[in-house]
Design a protein around this ligand. Structure first.
Ligand SMILES: Nc1nc2c(c(=O)[nH]1)N[C@H]1C(S)=C(S)[C@@H](COP(=O)(O)O)O[C@H]1N2
Ligand SMILES: [Mo]
Length: 263
């Protein structure tokens, strides 16, 4: 795979970057300097990446940052090791209840009617019959005690269980050579992940937390939990799954975050 280095043609410069521009592009800068974001401090370390751009030209800054962001997606995908397991933890470290986040406030959460809920399937899948919750509950369960990391700079250890996603995709005859799998939340949230991460052994369709059915506001009755992605790649209140080769632009990518968002 060949990657284009977005800085190759740019000469380093000693220009002092305009802070307001950086604030405006904060999300993209954070993407580039993710480790510091995870420590909870917004670092301007990525400033140096802007060296060589005409900082008075907002369009140019945006496009350089976006290129870096795309560049990181490709590098991350290439470096992803489908067999490497993420750390797991002991049950005494599990935070109960989990810590809530969504793109809106907690009092705006609209619970799903679990009694009528069905999982819809679309795209490159042979058997697209919808699934009831009882059918999902009847599948073998896998438990994961893993760390959830949000790009907003916090994390917690949670204990999730539910069907293994690879097993589920195999069962429904999904095309496992497709590029993407998209998850649609009941709240209009959509996020997609790469197939390699979907097939990772620590990626599950979680229906339980600490051994009990997931309650709200944590995504009842079913959400994605993967040990290999940032928090926003774990859609809650899943109502539909789509397998596709067409790049689905998710909620956080529209804000400028990296699509791959791997850990
Ligand atoms: N449907 C839906 N899923 C979502 C979100 C959302 O707003 N809607 N927010 C994401 C983000 S940014 C995070 S950090 C986690 C939070 O999950 P938690 O509330 O279980 O900690 O859910 C993710 N999944
Ligand atoms: Mo998040």
């Amino acid at each position: 795979m060949a990657f284009r280095n977005p800085f190759a043609a740019r000469r380093p410069s000693v220009t002092t970057p305009d802070k307001s521009l950086l604030v405006e592009n904060r999300k993209l800068v954070e993407t580039i300097d993710r480790r510091k974001v995870l420590r909870g401090t917004f670092s301007l370390g990525a400033l140096s990446l802007l060296a060589g751009c005409d900082i008075s030209d907002r369009g140019a800054v945006q496009s350089v940052l976006k290129t870096v962001s795309d560049f990181n997606d490709g590098v991350q995908a290439a470096l992803f090791n489908p067999n490497k397991l993420a750390p797991t933890f002991s049950p005494d470290l599990v935070v109960k209840p989990p810590r809530f986040n969504a793109y809106y406030e907690i009092d705006e959460v609209k619970p799903v009617d679990v009694s009528t809920w069905k999982l819809e399937l679309s795209g490159l899948i042979k058997d697209k019959r919808p699934w009831t919750l009882d059918q999902i509950y009847a599948l073998p369960e896998q438990e994961e005690i893993i760390r959830h990391i949000c790009v907003e700079g916090w994390d917690y250890i949670g204990q999730w269980s539910g069907p293994n996603l690879k097993d589920f995709l195999t069962r429904i005859g999904a095309d496992l050579s497709a590029k993407y799998i998209a998850f649609y939340g009941n709240d209009d949230y959509m996020e997609s992940i790469d197939m390699a991460s979907a097939l990772h052994p620590q990626t599950i369709l979680a229906t339980k937390y600490a051994g009990e059915p997931i309650t709200d506001p944590f995504g009842a009755p079913m959400r994605l939990r993967t040990a290999v992605k940032l928090g926003f790649k774990n859609p809650k209140w899943i109502r539909a799954i789509e397998v596709t080769n067409t790049y689905p632009l998710g909620f956080w990518e529209k804000q400028g975050f990296n699509w791959f968002a791997g850990l």
